[in-house]
Design a protein around this ligand. Structure first.
Ligand code: PMP
Length: 352
């Protein structure tokens, strides 16, 4: 049956975000920036100890076990932390809560493609200043009137990291706008804007358990800011769904935060593999901006990226490719284990 136009015209028609593929068969999976290592053993232990009977009850709407663990970890107050179902959930709620102006919000032309989807879904006007030729954000583009600002640091899919003085400059020039720094990949990069939270009342820092904490499947993200902005965010959440975080996720998340040693060790391993991967890709003739995330955004001057993407896929090596303006000659390659990267390089050596 086809739905009549009279019905269709008042229905919200969203253009959805397209996530990377999750193939069901075994592949070398370097396409969605997941962590190649398992989460902390304490997460498995928390799952084993989880009380199925307790699922009878609704979870704590304040998600206290997790917000308290995060507050302690970052040395902030509990009322400065907001948790959600992955940072996608957190950022989406931030868009709804903080971007309510007639003026356009600003985010880079090449960035996390979900920002545009949320802006369109919530009918928030937006503008996308162009990254420069080296895929750097041009700070002066953000010195104009706006309804808010969001950018990832490191940026995705470029993996380019900007130092804190850059973030601070954007904050200084936008005292009357909310600035959201999406730090999904910060643990592989450098200093976090968390340390600026006490200094700027317009700053929100968002992070996730999906990358550095190996818990993409659990769906945990969080925002840290001042208590007033966190209260605004919570009030919007409570106007939607009081219980976004399920009980096992709260327990597993808190367990993960408490195992700092494991966390740091796995990050070290990924960064080490990334540095090796940079050398290997360079030797093969790839060029890329300095990567500071758990992925590399690479281009081969003599090779069609779409073709290479398809050939890799045919050989069960999955990377990410976008057939869009300015980046269709690039591949985004997630850093896997050393063995997975070796499989990629073996293939590339033959294919090129
Ligand atoms: N921000 C950026 C820049 C990302 O690349 C991702 C991962 N797709 C996210 C946020 C969302 O991650 P998650 O919802 O798994 O926390």
């Amino acid at each position: 049956m086809t739905v009549r136009n009279e019905l269709l015209k008042s229905i919200r028609q969203a253009e959805p975000y397209v996530p990377g593929e999750q193939p069901r068969h075994k592949v070398v999976k370097l396409n969605t920036n997941e962590n190649p290592y398992p989460p902390s053993p304490r997460v498995a232990e928390a799952l084993r100890n989880a009380d199925a009977d307790a699922l009878r009850l609704y979870p704590d709407p304040e998600a206290s076990a997790l917000t308290e663990a995060l507050a302690e970890y970052y040395g902030v107050e509990k009322d400065q932390v907001f948790v959600g179902v992955g940072s996608d959930d957190v950022i989406s709620l931030c868009f709804l809560t903080f971007f309510n102006s007639e003026k356009p919000i600003l985010f880079p032309d090449i960035t996390y493609s979900f920002y545009k989807v949320w802006a369109q879904l919530y009918r928030i006007p937006y503008e996308c200043p162009k990254l420069d030729e080296d895929f750097r954000i041009v700070r002066e583009d953000y010195y104009r009137e706006n309804g808010g600002i969001i950018f990832p640091n490191p940026n995705a899919p470029t993996a380019v990291y900007e130092e804190l003085d850059f973030v601070e400059d954007i904050l200084e020039h936008n005292r009357d706008s909310i600035v959201i720094v999406d730090e999904a990949y910060i643990d592989f990069a450098g200093r976090s804007a968390m340390e600026l939270i006490g200094k700027y009342d317009n700053l929100i820092v968002v992070q996730t358990f999906s990358k550095s904490r190996s818990m993409a499947g659990m769906r945990i993200g969080y925002a840290v800011s001042n208590p007033e902005l966190i209260r605004c965010l919570s009030n919007v959440k409570y106007s939607f769904n009081s219980y976004t975080m399920n009980q096992p996720a709260l327990l597993c998340g808190a367990a993960a935060v408490k195992d700092e040693e494991y966390f740091k060790e796995k990050i070290r391993m990924i960064v080490k593999t990334r540095e090796w991967a940079k050398d290997e890709l360079g030797r093969l003739g790839f060029v890329f901006p300095e990567p500071k995330a758990n992925f590399i955004f690479a281009r081969h001057p003599k090779c069609d990226a779409q073709k290479l993407f398809e050939e890799l896929k045919a050989h069960n090596i999955y990377v990410r490719h976008w057939n869009t303006e300015r980046i269709r000659d690039h591949l985004r390659i997630t850093i896997g284990t050393k063995e997975e990267m070796a499989a990629l390089f073996d293939f590339l050596k033959k294919a090129l």
